[in-house]
Ligand binder design. Structure first.
Ligand code: 6PG
Length: 468
């Protein structure tokens, strides 16, 4: 049996994606670097095994594909992928397609797409979100590559994608690295959302003395309202889970050191290169870094004063509304970054469509994304996304609660870096006249950098004389 597509890499995600493809009727050749993973995978595929074509070794794997061939790699995207591309390229023919379905630095994707185009091979950078469950039953997918690749692969992609009210959660976002870039920013927003949720949990645990299960119950309630989302649902489930032996909340036994594989950091690196400042994402990356400095925190804890005062943690409706405001702001920062990238790289990213394909399947799926899709469609071309119709009204209503939450954290000495970053951005963007006139004056004083005046064309220098 010849296959419609080959999936190389039978880890959790690759395996799940292969089964999803087979379930939708596609014949899937599978292979893996460790050949002894292949047989157990096929054995576990049940009736779907009849559409799985197991192959050991790259040559046999490629030979099992119907031309023009489509090979999907789900392997670590750094050097291992480059090595794999080098090995597979001589086995392919002009018109064949290589898909990288892992999380990749979009700069690498751009480079790989260019190099393969010279060999008349298509390269697709496919951002996939949704974890194992998504890959198996319907992920959200961000497709980057040529229009020709999209035309060819679209039926397959739409067949396996998550659906939101029937609409497949996959779109062709642009050439080269566009899909991986959007996936990276998705993860940046994921970092910010997770961090803000964790800050609310921290306030309730440390500021209000709530037990994990009680916080979990509160989150379950929120999941029935405007905060409804996969991450709130997951958080509630996690907080309610208890150790089989002791009956104690599992979360209480987990070390407070957050790992990170790099997509949050990549989001910030690209944002800074583009002159953007998605501060909620930066705060989330920072917080993970601080969390990893466990030894330093342990040494400092109790050794330096809090300088805090006794404050009450705001009640549940304020926490819910405050989190809602901060979540909107974090998403808007992510979308502003996408818009900047779109302009800089000439991608014409369709922002509302991106919000739409994030409504199901992916990790940040939420009720908010439906609201956002609508607002992003309605916002006038080039206008700040903060003015998105409807969102401005929600923000006006919920920002007072965010102030109360951040205020309590600040006064009480409980860290709320991402929530505070959201609020600081909101307040900074509300200022038609900020305080940067002083920065310009300082720069001119010590470096003769010049400044613009509001009342005369420039550039100008100040009459600075003394350093008093
Ligand atoms: C997704 C997830 C997925 C993965 C993250 C975790 O969209 O399905 O984002 O890609 O879970 O990469 O990233 P960290 O290990 O950096 O938290």
């Amino acid at each position: 049996m010849q296959a419609d597509i080959g999936v190389y890499g039978l880890g959790t995600m690759g395996g799940a994606l292969s089964l999803n493809l087979a379930e939708k009727g596609f014949r899937v050749a599978v292979s893996n670097r460790e050949a002894d993973w292949i047989a157990p995978f096929v054995a576990g595929a049940g009736p779907l095994a009849e559409r799985i074509v197991p192959r050991e070794g790259l040559e046999a794997f490629i030979a099992a594909l119907t031309p023009p061939r489509v090979v999907l790699f789900m392997i670590p995207s750094g050097t291992p992928l480059d090595e794999m591309i080098a090995q597979v390229t001589p086995l392919l023919s002009p018109g064949d397609t290589i898909i990288d379905a892992g999380n990749a630095d979009f700069n690498d994707t751009e480079r790989r797409a260019r190099a393969l185009a010279e060999k008349s091979l298509h390269f697709v950078g496919l951002g996939i979100s949704g974890g194992e469950e998504g890959a198996r039953h319907g992920p959200s997918m961000m497709f980057g590559g040529s229009a020709e690749s999209w035309d060819r692969l679209r039926p397959m992609a739409e067949a396996i994608a998550a659906r939101y009210r029937g609409d497949p959660c996959v779109a062709h976002l642009g050439p080269g690295g566009a899909g991986h870039f959007v996936k990276t920013v998705h993860n940046g927003i994921e970092y910010a959302d997770m961090q803000m949720i964790a800050e609310i949990y921290g306030l309730l645990r440390d500021g209000a003395g709530w037990e994990a299960g009680r916080i979990g119950a509160l989150f379950s309630g929120w999941n029935a309202g405007p905060l409804r989302s996969f991450l709130i649902e997951v958080t509630a489930a996690v907080l309610k889970a208890r150790d089989a032996g002791t009956g104690a909340p599992v979360v209480d036994a987990i070390r407070d050191r957050a790992a990170q594989k790099g997509t949050g950091r990549w989001t910030m690196i690209e944002a800074l290169k583009l002159g953007q400042a998605p501060s909620t994402i930066a705060a989330a990356v920072d917080a993970r870094v601080w969390s990893s400095q466990h030894a330093a925190r342990t040494a400092v804890a109790g050794a330096i004063p809090a300088g805090a005062r006794d404050v009450a943690i705001p009640a549940s409706p304020a926490l819910e509304e405050g989190l809602r405001a901060a979540r909107i702001l974090a998403h808007l920062q992510g979308f502003e970054l996408l818009r900047a990238a779109s302009g800089a790289f000439g991608w014409a990213l369709d922002l509302p469509r991106i919000a739409e394909i994030w409504r199901a399947g992916c990790i940040i799926r939420s009720a908010l994304l439906d609201e956002l899709a609508e607002a992003l469609r309605a916002v006038p071309e080039g206008a700040p996304l903060l003015l998105g119709p409807g969102l401005d009204v929600t923000l006006a209503r919920t920002v007072p609660a965010l102030r109360a939450v951040v205020g309590a954290g600040v006064a009480g000495g409980w860290p709320v870096p991402a929530l505070a970053a959201a609020l600081a951005w909101y307040d900074s963007m509300r200022q038609a006249r900020g305080s940067a006139n002083l920065i310009q004056a300082q720069r001119d004083f010590f470096g003769h950098h010049g400044f613009e005046r509001i009342d005369a064309p420039g550039p100008h220098h100040g009459p600075w004389t003394a350093k008093d």
